[in-house]
Design a protein around this ligand. Structure first.
Ligand SMILES: [Zn+2]
Ligand SMILES: [Zn+2]
Length: 646
């Protein structure tokens, strides 16, 4: 065997001695920003010896792989600190997750958040000590003896499950852990971490097993990156729509109906204002609104395909007139019972079929705000953004093949209107194309994809492809909006459908007098109104545009003597159609202002004796401008000048 091997690094090929350590190949490029390496594609420690010809890459701390190594090494550091501080604690597993890591422990007492500062202190102490992190490979039996001797029953169980003859352990100082690695070279690489929370978790996720104590944390290459992440997390926590919704008095949730909001009067104002806005657009763009039934015989869902593909997500109910009433969820169960609609589409085909349609009736645009119910799993529920009920600004357009492009282009214009009005910059567009499983020929698909693409080009929309992500019945345009926290939400969709008109045998008479199939376009702009409200609250932090604010003006009286005048001001604003109230409580002004701010009221009109005598108000704005003394006419004019949705 030759004593030399060939190593390719950074595009350069050279010979090095067999057994050379990877870090020596990196030479001058090696700083603490390099935490591991890839050798012939495999992720390894920097101390890995090169035994054969190899292509070597440096893994930077801020790359996805590098972050994984950094975070898993931080999980080890945490486990070392925990075992030093809490004798008798056993370790189990500690993987990385998105944005961080966790480690599950079996401690004598479950951990609480109060334990975290002490653990972090110990971690910093161990990091400063610059303990070398070493990989040791040994026969499986020896590892078993070692971990048995340490009383680490969970690790023993893990080793029993490993088929390999040799296993690896990692040592830092006196502490060892069974691990595949890789890891950073020493604990000093770990200087930007934070422990974030604790939770209970069953060993191997099985509720028959003992409950373990899980600690979550995160780590970054630099303190700046960590701070930025923590600030974003804090902002997301403050802006959680469930919290804002409570503070603003918009809606509540109760376990009596999981995943379904109770809209309170103020939430109803927001809900209705959004729907009124879309309704005005409907008049402008020629949509007709309908209400179709909420509950249908399951035979309709069988005809539409929902029974076969979606019944696990539907609320089913027996026939009330059947004495042996039951629900049959088997594939043939559609022959009995009823289902609550999860979508409006099949119902709208009945509206289409109500009359004999001719080409003169097309395009026929039918819209509906009905509530749809989907049996989302309780574990997946998340406030309004993942609920079991939703009202979509749903519409179906029945049109001829030739009309598709115009209709899609018009709906894209509506999308642009709505999102700029609601303060979302730059929606992103994707064209989802033919999936492997599809109806119809490839030629048909490419033609309809081209129609969608050309409608987007007409609206000067730059879009990306989302290959093979179309529905099985047709291609679709997906529209995403980025929010203030840089998260992207899919809201609107426009989908072509050749399938449902077929399944429900929809026809129209052509100008030549023949029968033809219409095409169906499904589209929603806000998407689920529930979900949209959730996104809007997190995007704006609850500071809604004036026209959407559930309470637009609150008059704050300074004393009992100004009560009558304060009521008069609120009344005047209400007379002019504004949503106004008066806070007449015998409380300090600062308290009243704080409460109005929490409720995100855009106008706070403060009235003391001076203002009352002069028939004026001192106007404070939620958006932090200085107070201004205005006459009542000026106050009214100012509110009337607030922009309305286009
Ligand atoms: Zn490990
Ligand atoms: Zn639809």
């Amino acid at each position: 065997m030759s004593a030399e091997i060939t190593v390719t690094f950074d595009g350069r090929v050279r010979a090095v001695a067999r057994g050379t350590i990877v870090r020596n190949v990196f030479e001058s490029r090696l700083g603490r920003d390099i935490v591991a390496a890839r050798v012939n594609g495999k992720l390894v420690d920097l101390s890995h010896p090169l035994e054969q010809d190899a292509t070597v890459e440096a893994v930077a701390a801020d790359s996805p792989d590098g972050l994984g190594v950094l975070r898993h090494s931080t999980a080890h550091l945490m486990a070392q600190a925990v075992q030093a501080l809490y004798p008798g604690t056993q370790v189990t597993i500690g993987p990385t997750i998105e944005d961080g890591f966790f480690y599950d422990f079996a401690p004598p007492q479950p951990f609480t958040v109060d334990d975290l500062p002490a653990i972090e202190r110990k971690m910093r102490e161990l990091a400063k000590a610059d303990l070398k992190i070493e990989r040791i490979e040994l026969p499986r039996d020896e590892a078993l003896v070692a971990f048995e001797g340490m009383g680490e029953k969970y690790k023993v169980e893990i080793i029993h499950g490993i088929p390999d003859e040799r296993v690896s352990i990692y040592r830092q100082g006196e502490w060892i852990d069974l691990c595949r690695g890789p890891h950073v070279p020493s604990t000093r690489y770990l200087n930007a971490f934070k422990l974030t929370s604790v939770a209970g978790a069953y060993w191997r996720g099985d509720e028959h097993n003992p409950m373990l104590s899980r600690i979550y944390g995160t780590a970054f290459p630099t303190k700046e990156a960590l701070e930025e992440h923590l600030a974003m997390m804090e902002l997301a926590r403050q802006r959680d729509h469930r919290k804002i919704g409570r503070e603003m008095g918009l809606f509540l949730f109760d376990p009596i109906s999981p995943g379904q909001p109770f809209y309170l009067p103020k939430g109803m104002v927001v809900f209705n204002a959004l729907i009124d806005y879309v309704r005005r657009l409907y008049r402008r763009y020629g949509f007709d609104e309908v209400i179709t039934p909420q509950i249908y015989k399951n035979e309709m869902f069988h005809a539409s395909g929902h029974w076969d593909n979606f019944r696990d997500n539907m609320f089913l109910t027996p026939d009330p007139e059947d004495h042996e009433a039951k629900v049959d969820t088997s594939p043939e169960g559609w022959r009995i019972g009823y289902g609550v609609k999860p979508m409006n589409c099949p119902g709208h085909t009945f509206v289409y079929r109500a009359e004999k349609r001719s080409y003169r009736d097309l395009p026929l645009r039918i819209a509906e705000f009905s509530r749809l119910h989907r049996a989302e799993r309780s574990g997946a529920l998340h406030g309004l953004t993942r609920a079991r009920v939703m009202s979509q600004d749903d519409a179906h357009i029945f049109c001829t093949e030739e009309q598709i492009e115009d209709e899609v282009a018009m709906n894209l214009t509506m999308v642009g209107d709505v999102y700029s009005t609601l303060g979302f910059a730059q929606p992103e567009f994707k064209l989802a194309t033919m999936p492997d499983q599809h109806l119809g020929t490839e030629a048909q698909w490419r033609m309809s994809e081209e129609k969608l693409a050309s409608a987007m080009r007409r609206n000067e929309i730059v879009f990306q492809l989302n290959p093979k992500e179309g529905a099985f019945y047709g291609p679709k345009i997906e529209i995403y909006v980025p929010d203030a926290l840089k998260r992207k939400w899919q809201v609107a969709t426009i989908q072509l459908d050749y399938n449902l008109p077929e399944r429900f045998d929809l026809t129209y008479t052509t100008s030549a007098g023949n029968d033809a199939r219409p095409v169906m376009i499904h589209r929603a702009i806000l998407g689920s109104v529930e979900r949209f409200i959730g996104v809007l609250l997190e995007h704006t932090g609850g500071v809604l545009p004036f026209w959407l604010a559930p309470e637009q003006l609150r008059v704050l009286s300074l004393s009992e003597k100004t009560e009558a005048y304060a009521s008069e001001v609120a009344n005047l604003m209400r007379q002019h159609g504004f949503r106004a109230s008066a806070d007449l409580r015998n409380e300090k002004l600062g308290f009243k202002v704080r409460e109005a701010e929490l409720a995100k009221v855009p106008y706070m009109a403060v009235v003391g004796e001076r203002e009352a005598a002069a028939q004026r108000v001192s106007l404070r704005l939620l958006r932090g401008e200085k107070s201004q003394v205005l006459t009542l006419e000026e106050l009214l004019a100012r509110a009337q000048a607030e922009p309305l949705p286009s």
